[in-house]
Design a protein around this ligand. Sequence first.
Ligand SMILES: *[C@@H]1O[C@H](CO)[C@@H](O)[C@H](O)[C@H]1NC(C)=O
Ligand SMILES: *[C@@H]1O[C@H](CO)[C@@H](O)[C@H](O)[C@H]1NC(C)=O
Ligand SMILES: *[C@@H]1O[C@H](CO)[C@@H](O)[C@H](O)[C@H]1NC(C)=O
Ligand SMILES: *[C@@H]1O[C@H](CO)[C@@H](O)[C@H](O)[C@H]1NC(C)=O
Ligand SMILES: *[C@@H]1O[C@H](CO)[C@@H](O)[C@H](O)[C@H]1NC(C)=O
Ligand SMILES: *[C@@H]1O[C@H](CO)[C@@H](O)[C@H](O)[C@H]1NC(C)=O
Ligand SMILES: *[C@@H]1O[C@H](CO)[C@@H](O)[C@H](O)[C@H]1NC(C)=O
Ligand SMILES: *[C@@H]1O[C@H](CO)[C@@H](O)[C@H](O)[C@H]1NC(C)=O
Length: 274
Amino acid sequence: PFIVVDSYKNWLQIQQQRKSSLRAACDKYNLSTSSNYENVFTGQLLVEHTHKFIVCEVPKVGCSNWRRVILTLMNISIEDLALKNKSIHKHNLLKKVQQYPREQQKEILKSYTKVMFTRNPLERLVSAYRDKFLHSSYYYGTVVANSIKKRYRNNTKMAENVSFREFVQFLLDTHNMDVHWNQMIKLCDPCNIQYDFLGRYDTIERDADNILRFIGAPEDIRYPDIKNHATENRTNLTLTEEFLRNLTRKQIDGLYTLYKKDFLLFNYPVYNQI
Ligand SMILES: *[C@@H]1O[C@H](CO)[C@@H](O)[C@H](O)[C@H]1NC(C)=O
Ligand SMILES: *[C@@H]1O[C@H](CO)[C@@H](O)[C@H](O)[C@H]1NC(C)=O
Ligand SMILES: *[C@@H]1O[C@H](CO)[C@@H](O)[C@H](O)[C@H]1NC(C)=O
Ligand SMILES: *[C@@H]1O[C@H](CO)[C@@H](O)[C@H](O)[C@H]1NC(C)=O
Ligand SMILES: *[C@@H]1O[C@H](CO)[C@@H](O)[C@H](O)[C@H]1NC(C)=O
Ligand SMILES: *[C@@H]1O[C@H](CO)[C@@H](O)[C@H](O)[C@H]1NC(C)=O
Ligand SMILES: *[C@@H]1O[C@H](CO)[C@@H](O)[C@H](O)[C@H]1NC(C)=O
Ligand SMILES: *[C@@H]1O[C@H](CO)[C@@H](O)[C@H](O)[C@H]1NC(C)=O
Protein backbone atom coordinates (compact mmCIF):
# COMPACT_ATOMS: atom_id res chain seq x y z
CA PRO A 1 0.00 0.00 0.00
CA PHE A 2 2.89 2.38 0.76
CA ILE A 3 4.28 2.04 -2.71
CA VAL A 4 0.88 2.60 -4.30
CA VAL A 5 0.27 5.80 -2.31
CA ASP A 6 3.77 6.96 -3.07
CA SER A 7 3.50 6.41 -6.80
CA TYR A 8 0.05 8.01 -6.85
CA LYS A 9 1.52 11.10 -5.18
CA ASN A 10 4.31 11.06 -7.67
CA TRP A 11 1.78 10.84 -10.48
CA LEU A 12 -0.19 13.80 -9.07
CA GLN A 13 3.04 15.81 -9.08
CA ILE A 14 3.62 14.92 -12.71
CA GLN A 15 0.07 16.07 -13.43
CA GLN A 16 0.79 19.42 -11.75
CA GLN A 17 3.89 19.82 -13.89
CA ARG A 18 2.01 19.02 -17.09
CA LYS A 19 -0.76 21.43 -16.21
CA SER A 20 1.50 24.31 -15.25
CA SER A 21 3.60 23.79 -18.35
CA LEU A 22 0.44 23.90 -20.49
CA ARG A 23 -0.79 26.98 -18.67
CA ALA A 24 2.55 28.74 -19.20
CA ALA A 25 2.51 27.92 -22.92
CA CYS A 26 -1.10 29.11 -23.28
CA ASP A 27 -0.10 32.41 -21.65
CA LYS A 28 3.09 32.74 -23.63
CA TYR A 29 1.29 32.34 -26.95
CA ASN A 30 -1.65 34.43 -25.83
CA LEU A 31 -4.12 31.58 -26.11
CA SER A 32 -5.63 31.76 -22.62
CA THR A 33 -9.13 33.07 -22.19
CA SER A 34 -11.20 34.00 -19.16
CA SER A 35 -12.16 30.35 -18.74
CA ASN A 36 -15.66 30.72 -17.39
CA TYR A 37 -16.98 28.33 -20.04
CA GLU A 38 -19.07 30.94 -21.82
CA ASN A 39 -17.58 30.00 -25.16
CA VAL A 40 -16.97 26.30 -25.43
CA PHE A 41 -17.69 24.99 -28.88
CA THR A 42 -15.88 21.68 -29.09
CA GLY A 43 -18.02 18.69 -29.97
CA GLN A 44 -15.42 16.23 -28.67
CA LEU A 45 -16.41 16.10 -25.01
CA LEU A 46 -17.92 12.79 -23.92
CA VAL A 47 -19.73 12.93 -20.60
CA GLU A 48 -20.59 10.31 -17.98
CA HIS A 49 -22.85 11.59 -15.22
CA THR A 50 -22.60 8.99 -12.46
CA HIS A 51 -18.91 9.69 -11.94
CA LYS A 52 -19.14 13.30 -13.15
CA PHE A 53 -16.55 12.60 -15.78
CA ILE A 54 -15.69 14.22 -19.10
CA VAL A 55 -13.12 12.96 -21.58
CA CYS A 56 -12.15 14.95 -24.64
CA GLU A 57 -11.95 12.60 -27.59
CA VAL A 58 -8.79 12.92 -29.64
CA PRO A 59 -8.91 10.36 -32.46
CA LYS A 60 -5.81 8.11 -32.58
CA VAL A 61 -5.13 8.70 -28.89
CA GLY A 62 -7.00 5.82 -27.30
CA CYS A 63 -10.48 7.09 -28.08
CA SER A 64 -12.20 3.77 -28.72
CA ASN A 65 -10.94 2.40 -25.44
CA TRP A 66 -12.27 5.43 -23.57
CA ARG A 67 -15.64 4.76 -25.19
CA ARG A 68 -15.48 1.22 -23.88
CA VAL A 69 -14.60 2.46 -20.40
CA ILE A 70 -17.43 5.00 -20.35
CA LEU A 71 -19.98 2.42 -21.47
CA THR A 72 -18.73 0.13 -18.71
CA LEU A 73 -19.05 2.97 -16.19
CA MET A 74 -22.63 3.37 -17.43
CA ASN A 75 -23.17 -0.30 -16.69
CA ILE A 76 -23.63 -1.13 -20.36
CA SER A 77 -22.18 -4.45 -21.38
CA ILE A 78 -19.58 -4.17 -24.12
CA GLU A 79 -20.06 -7.86 -24.89
CA ASP A 80 -23.78 -7.29 -25.53
CA LEU A 81 -22.99 -4.42 -27.86
CA ALA A 82 -20.47 -6.53 -29.73
CA LEU A 83 -22.99 -9.34 -30.04
CA LYS A 84 -25.52 -6.94 -31.46
CA ASN A 85 -22.81 -5.72 -33.86
CA LYS A 86 -23.13 -2.20 -32.61
CA SER A 87 -19.94 -0.33 -33.22
CA ILE A 88 -18.45 1.51 -30.29
CA HIS A 89 -18.52 4.56 -32.54
CA LYS A 90 -22.09 4.26 -33.72
CA HIS A 91 -24.74 4.33 -31.11
CA ASN A 92 -26.55 6.92 -29.13
CA LEU A 93 -25.87 5.78 -25.58
CA LEU A 94 -22.83 8.01 -25.28
CA LYS A 95 -23.55 11.66 -24.60
CA LYS A 96 -21.61 14.72 -25.64
CA VAL A 97 -21.53 17.86 -23.51
CA GLN A 98 -22.68 19.76 -26.59
CA GLN A 99 -26.03 17.95 -26.54
CA TYR A 100 -27.12 19.81 -23.43
CA PRO A 101 -28.57 23.33 -23.17
CA ARG A 102 -25.93 26.06 -22.89
CA GLU A 103 -26.48 26.79 -19.20
CA GLN A 104 -26.27 23.13 -18.29
CA GLN A 105 -23.09 22.78 -20.34
CA LYS A 106 -21.47 25.47 -18.21
CA GLU A 107 -22.47 23.74 -14.99
CA ILE A 108 -21.21 20.38 -16.22
CA LEU A 109 -17.92 21.85 -17.39
CA LYS A 110 -17.34 23.64 -14.11
CA SER A 111 -18.06 20.77 -11.78
CA TYR A 112 -17.04 17.54 -13.59
CA THR A 113 -13.59 15.95 -13.76
CA LYS A 114 -12.22 16.79 -17.20
CA VAL A 115 -9.45 14.87 -18.91
CA MET A 116 -7.60 15.08 -22.19
CA PHE A 117 -5.00 12.74 -23.72
CA THR A 118 -2.33 13.78 -26.18
CA ARG A 119 0.16 12.06 -28.46
CA ASN A 120 3.21 13.12 -30.42
CA PRO A 121 1.59 15.01 -33.33
CA LEU A 122 3.56 13.27 -36.07
CA GLU A 123 3.09 9.83 -34.54
CA ARG A 124 -0.61 10.59 -34.38
CA LEU A 125 -0.61 11.67 -38.02
CA VAL A 126 1.11 8.47 -39.15
CA SER A 127 -1.36 6.46 -37.12
CA ALA A 128 -4.28 8.27 -38.79
CA TYR A 129 -2.76 7.72 -42.23
CA ARG A 130 -2.25 3.99 -41.64
CA ASP A 131 -5.72 3.58 -40.22
CA LYS A 132 -7.59 5.54 -42.86
CA PHE A 133 -5.63 4.90 -46.05
CA LEU A 134 -4.11 1.45 -45.63
CA HIS A 135 -7.29 -0.25 -44.47
CA SER A 136 -10.53 -0.69 -46.23
CA SER A 137 -12.46 2.32 -45.12
CA TYR A 138 -14.93 3.36 -47.82
CA TYR A 139 -14.95 7.06 -47.12
CA TYR A 140 -11.19 7.56 -46.70
CA GLY A 141 -9.94 4.73 -48.88
CA THR A 142 -12.17 5.70 -51.78
CA VAL A 143 -13.67 9.17 -51.56
CA VAL A 144 -10.82 11.05 -49.89
CA ALA A 145 -8.16 8.89 -51.55
CA ASN A 146 -9.57 9.60 -55.02
CA SER A 147 -9.59 13.33 -54.48
CA ILE A 148 -5.94 13.14 -53.38
CA LYS A 149 -4.98 10.97 -56.36
CA LYS A 150 -6.71 13.29 -58.80
CA ARG A 151 -4.74 16.15 -57.42
CA TYR A 152 -1.29 14.60 -57.55
CA ARG A 153 -1.34 11.85 -60.19
CA ASN A 154 -1.70 11.61 -63.90
CA ASN A 155 -4.15 8.98 -65.06
CA THR A 156 -1.66 6.22 -64.40
CA LYS A 157 -1.34 4.14 -61.27
CA MET A 158 -4.71 5.16 -59.89
CA ALA A 159 -5.05 1.82 -58.13
CA GLU A 160 -2.05 2.32 -55.88
CA ASN A 161 -2.71 3.41 -52.33
CA VAL A 162 -2.32 7.07 -51.48
CA SER A 163 1.24 7.39 -50.22
CA PHE A 164 2.11 9.10 -46.97
CA ARG A 165 3.91 11.73 -49.00
CA GLU A 166 0.82 12.50 -51.08
CA PHE A 167 -1.35 12.59 -47.99
CA VAL A 168 0.98 15.07 -46.29
CA GLN A 169 1.18 17.27 -49.39
CA PHE A 170 -2.62 17.25 -49.51
CA LEU A 171 -2.80 18.51 -45.91
CA LEU A 172 -0.21 21.18 -46.56
CA ASP A 173 -1.94 22.35 -49.74
CA THR A 174 -5.55 22.22 -48.62
CA HIS A 175 -5.49 22.41 -44.81
CA ASN A 176 -8.29 19.88 -44.97
CA MET A 177 -8.27 19.04 -41.27
CA ASP A 178 -10.50 16.03 -40.73
CA VAL A 179 -11.23 15.17 -37.09
CA HIS A 180 -8.73 12.28 -37.26
CA TRP A 181 -5.82 14.58 -37.94
CA ASN A 182 -7.11 17.95 -36.78
CA GLN A 183 -4.87 19.68 -34.26
CA MET A 184 -5.36 18.54 -30.67
CA ILE A 185 -5.59 22.16 -29.54
CA LYS A 186 -8.54 22.67 -31.88
CA LEU A 187 -10.29 19.48 -30.84
CA CYS A 188 -10.07 20.04 -27.09
CA ASP A 189 -9.50 23.77 -26.59
CA PRO A 190 -7.08 23.19 -23.67
CA CYS A 191 -6.29 26.87 -23.06
CA ASN A 192 -9.96 27.56 -22.44
CA ILE A 193 -11.10 24.35 -20.76
CA GLN A 194 -9.27 23.71 -17.50
CA TYR A 195 -8.56 19.99 -17.74
CA ASP A 196 -8.02 18.32 -14.37
CA PHE A 197 -5.80 15.64 -15.84
CA LEU A 198 -3.56 15.59 -18.90
CA GLY A 199 -2.77 12.09 -20.06
CA ARG A 200 -0.17 11.09 -22.61
CA TYR A 201 -0.35 8.20 -25.03
CA ASP A 202 3.04 6.88 -23.89
CA THR A 203 1.73 6.47 -20.34
CA ILE A 204 -1.91 5.94 -21.20
CA GLU A 205 -2.58 2.93 -18.99
CA ARG A 206 -1.09 4.42 -15.86
CA ASP A 207 -2.71 7.80 -16.49
CA ALA A 208 -6.09 6.29 -17.30
CA ASP A 209 -6.12 3.89 -14.35
CA ASN A 210 -5.18 6.63 -11.89
CA ILE A 211 -7.93 8.82 -13.33
CA LEU A 212 -10.43 5.97 -12.94
CA ARG A 213 -9.46 5.58 -9.28
CA PHE A 214 -9.75 9.36 -8.81
CA ILE A 215 -13.33 9.49 -10.12
CA GLY A 216 -14.28 6.55 -7.93
CA ALA A 217 -14.77 3.97 -10.65
CA PRO A 218 -15.28 0.40 -9.44
CA GLU A 219 -11.91 -1.28 -8.73
CA ASP A 220 -12.38 -3.88 -11.45
CA ILE A 221 -12.70 -1.32 -14.22
CA ARG A 222 -9.34 -0.90 -15.91
CA TYR A 223 -8.39 0.89 -19.06
CA PRO A 224 -8.34 -1.82 -21.75
CA ASP A 225 -5.47 -2.55 -24.11
CA ILE A 226 -7.39 -3.20 -27.32
CA LYS A 227 -6.01 -2.35 -30.75
CA ASN A 228 -8.16 -1.68 -33.81
CA HIS A 229 -5.90 -3.70 -36.08
CA ALA A 230 -4.80 -6.50 -33.84
CA THR A 231 -2.20 -8.06 -36.12
CA GLU A 232 -0.26 -4.90 -36.85
CA ASN A 233 2.49 -3.22 -34.89
CA ARG A 234 1.36 -0.10 -33.09
CA THR A 235 2.53 3.18 -34.55
CA ASN A 236 5.44 4.27 -32.37
CA LEU A 237 8.27 6.74 -32.90
CA THR A 238 10.48 4.22 -34.70
CA LEU A 239 7.79 3.51 -37.26
CA THR A 240 6.91 7.20 -37.48
CA GLU A 241 10.51 8.00 -38.40
CA GLU A 242 10.32 5.45 -41.19
CA PHE A 243 7.34 7.26 -42.68
CA LEU A 244 8.98 10.66 -42.19
CA ARG A 245 12.00 9.50 -44.20
CA ASN A 246 9.76 9.53 -47.27
CA LEU A 247 9.01 13.23 -46.86
CA THR A 248 11.05 16.19 -48.02
CA ARG A 249 12.57 18.61 -45.52
CA LYS A 250 10.07 21.16 -46.75
CA GLN A 251 7.14 18.85 -46.03
CA ILE A 252 8.42 18.08 -42.54
CA ASP A 253 8.83 21.79 -41.84
CA GLY A 254 5.31 22.31 -43.16
CA LEU A 255 3.99 19.72 -40.72
CA TYR A 256 5.77 21.45 -37.85
CA THR A 257 4.10 24.68 -38.79
CA LEU A 258 0.72 23.00 -39.12
CA TYR A 259 1.01 21.30 -35.72
CA LYS A 260 3.19 23.92 -34.04
CA LYS A 261 0.83 24.67 -31.18
CA ASP A 262 0.35 20.98 -30.41
CA PHE A 263 4.14 20.58 -30.15
CA LEU A 264 4.57 23.65 -27.98
CA LEU A 265 1.58 23.31 -25.69
CA PHE A 266 2.10 19.66 -24.88
CA ASN A 267 5.86 19.63 -24.83
CA TYR A 268 6.62 17.21 -27.68
CA PRO A 269 10.17 17.33 -28.97
CA VAL A 270 10.78 18.39 -32.52
CA TYR A 271 12.02 15.59 -34.74
CA ASN A 272 15.50 16.55 -35.86
CA GLN A 273 16.86 13.76 -37.95
CA ILE A 274 16.92 14.12 -41.76
C1 LIG B 1 -3.51 38.80 -26.98
O1 LIG B 1 -4.86 38.62 -27.36
C2 LIG B 1 -5.70 39.72 -27.04
C3 LIG B 1 -7.16 39.32 -27.34
O2 LIG B 1 -7.23 38.52 -28.46
C4 LIG B 1 -5.24 40.93 -27.85
O3 LIG B 1 -6.05 42.03 -27.54
C5 LIG B 1 -3.78 41.22 -27.50
O4 LIG B 1 -3.29 42.29 -28.30
C6 LIG B 1 -2.91 40.00 -27.71
N1 LIG B 1 -1.56 40.24 -27.22
C7 LIG B 1 -0.48 39.84 -27.88
C8 LIG B 1 0.82 40.13 -27.22
O5 LIG B 1 -0.53 39.25 -28.94
C1 LIG C 1 -25.58 -3.06 -13.52
O1 LIG C 1 -26.19 -4.10 -14.28
C2 LIG C 1 -26.32 -5.31 -13.57
C3 LIG C 1 -26.81 -6.37 -14.53
O2 LIG C 1 -27.81 -5.87 -15.39
C4 LIG C 1 -27.28 -5.08 -12.38
O3 LIG C 1 -27.41 -6.27 -11.65
C5 LIG C 1 -26.72 -3.98 -11.51
O4 LIG C 1 -27.60 -3.68 -10.48
C6 LIG C 1 -26.44 -2.72 -12.32
N1 LIG C 1 -25.75 -1.74 -11.49
C7 LIG C 1 -26.05 -0.45 -11.51
C8 LIG C 1 -25.22 0.41 -10.62
O5 LIG C 1 -26.95 0.01 -12.19
C1 LIG D 1 -22.21 -9.62 -36.69
O1 LIG D 1 -21.37 -9.46 -37.82
C2 LIG D 1 -20.73 -10.66 -38.21
C3 LIG D 1 -19.77 -10.38 -39.35
O2 LIG D 1 -19.73 -9.04 -39.69
C4 LIG D 1 -21.78 -11.69 -38.61
O3 LIG D 1 -21.14 -12.90 -38.97
C5 LIG D 1 -22.72 -11.94 -37.43
O4 LIG D 1 -23.76 -12.80 -37.83
C6 LIG D 1 -23.32 -10.62 -36.95
N1 LIG D 1 -24.09 -10.87 -35.76
C7 LIG D 1 -25.32 -10.40 -35.56
C8 LIG D 1 -25.98 -10.73 -34.27
O5 LIG D 1 -25.88 -9.69 -36.39
C1 LIG E 1 1.91 14.40 -65.58
O1 LIG E 1 2.15 14.43 -66.96
C2 LIG E 1 2.78 15.63 -67.41
C3 LIG E 1 2.85 15.59 -68.94
O2 LIG E 1 3.16 14.31 -69.38
C4 LIG E 1 4.15 15.74 -66.77
O3 LIG E 1 4.81 16.92 -67.21
C5 LIG E 1 3.99 15.77 -65.26
O4 LIG E 1 5.27 15.78 -64.63
C6 LIG E 1 3.21 14.55 -64.77
N1 LIG E 1 2.92 14.71 -63.38
C7 LIG E 1 3.05 13.73 -62.50
C8 LIG E 1 2.69 14.03 -61.09
O5 LIG E 1 3.44 12.62 -62.82
C1 LIG F 1 -2.91 -0.85 -50.01
O1 LIG F 1 -2.41 -1.07 -48.69
C2 LIG F 1 -2.87 -2.26 -48.10
C3 LIG F 1 -2.34 -2.30 -46.68
O2 LIG F 1 -0.97 -2.05 -46.62
C4 LIG F 1 -2.42 -3.46 -48.91
O3 LIG F 1 -2.91 -4.63 -48.32
C5 LIG F 1 -2.95 -3.31 -50.32
O4 LIG F 1 -2.46 -4.36 -51.10
C6 LIG F 1 -2.52 -1.99 -50.92
N1 LIG F 1 -3.14 -1.83 -52.21
C7 LIG F 1 -2.46 -1.53 -53.29
C8 LIG F 1 -3.25 -1.42 -54.57
O5 LIG F 1 -1.24 -1.34 -53.27
C1 LIG G 1 6.61 -5.57 -36.15
O1 LIG G 1 7.87 -5.03 -35.80
C2 LIG G 1 8.90 -6.00 -35.74
C3 LIG G 1 10.16 -5.32 -35.22
O2 LIG G 1 10.36 -4.09 -35.85
C4 LIG G 1 9.10 -6.61 -37.13
O3 LIG G 1 10.10 -7.59 -37.09
C5 LIG G 1 7.77 -7.23 -37.57
O4 LIG G 1 7.88 -7.70 -38.89
C6 LIG G 1 6.65 -6.22 -37.51
N1 LIG G 1 5.37 -6.88 -37.77
C7 LIG G 1 4.51 -6.43 -38.68
C8 LIG G 1 3.23 -7.18 -38.79
O5 LIG G 1 4.74 -5.47 -39.39
C1 LIG H 1 8.48 0.39 -31.97
O1 LIG H 1 7.94 -0.89 -32.12
C2 LIG H 1 8.82 -1.84 -32.69
C3 LIG H 1 8.07 -3.14 -32.82
O2 LIG H 1 6.82 -2.94 -33.31
C4 LIG H 1 10.03 -1.99 -31.81
O3 LIG H 1 10.94 -2.86 -32.44
C5 LIG H 1 10.67 -0.64 -31.56
O4 LIG H 1 11.73 -0.76 -30.66
C6 LIG H 1 9.66 0.33 -31.03
N1 LIG H 1 10.26 1.65 -30.89
C7 LIG H 1 10.13 2.39 -29.79
C8 LIG H 1 10.76 3.75 -29.82
O5 LIG H 1 9.53 2.00 -28.81
C1 LIG I 1 8.48 5.11 -48.86
O1 LIG I 1 8.46 5.25 -50.27
C2 LIG I 1 8.83 4.06 -50.96
C3 LIG I 1 8.91 4.38 -52.43
O2 LIG I 1 7.80 5.11 -52.86
C4 LIG I 1 7.81 2.97 -50.66
O3 LIG I 1 8.16 1.78 -51.29
C5 LIG I 1 7.77 2.75 -49.15
O4 LIG I 1 6.75 1.81 -48.83
C6 LIG I 1 7.52 4.04 -48.41
N1 LIG I 1 7.65 3.82 -46.99
C7 LIG I 1 6.73 4.18 -46.12
C8 LIG I 1 7.02 3.87 -44.69
O5 LIG I 1 5.71 4.77 -46.46
